[in-house]
Design a protein around this ligand. Sequence first.
Ligand code: MG
Length: 223
Amino acid sequence: MSGTGSRDGTSQRRWQRGDQMLWTYTNPTHPGLYDQRPVTVIADDEKHLAVWLESGTRMLHQVLADGSGIRTADGPARFGAPRAQGLKRWQGPGIVAVFQPGADYSVWYFATPSGRRDSFYINLEEPFTRFDRGILTSDHVLDIVVDAQGRYQLKDEDELEFARAAGMFSDEKAARIRSAADSAIEDIRAWTFPFDSDYPDFRPDPAWPMPELPAAATWDFES
Ligand code: MG
């Protein structure tokens, strides 16, 4: 696993605020390719792991075999067509991401015109595991967006169907993902942690250096 390191005896340690680590998505349909984001740890305790992704961070992402963006493929090919490893910079503003042990979604905080990070992106994914240099999970395609007024909306239901048709998920797994989305919506309505946290007002420490990909990371296309 070049670029992610290996699991070993240190894999269960907690990180300290200011540590740098690798927020990593594997993709069982495209083994050996990663979405990997070097990030800075904000907090790591029994309840949650919070990380900061700085705008402009160089990160690994997946592209089609010819280097074009995955979203240029339509239908099931968006998930089933051969892929390659890409490198890009995180173009958007910095985000806070919160992971909870055993949870099948992470919560990303995006800034809104108010200046607060009070728009939420709920990314459905496998509960995270730790490895020596970061965390591993895999994406479940379906997402939920919540605006600053607390209004929520499912996103990419059509893509979940494409992914199922491409063989990325079984019928049963796709049904479990939809039901995980229903549970996440219940959490939003109940405004449980981390929605009720003060992360919308988080400010990164200006002294934190920009985290880098591992020196051993490789890619086929850079954009
Ligand atoms: Mg997603």
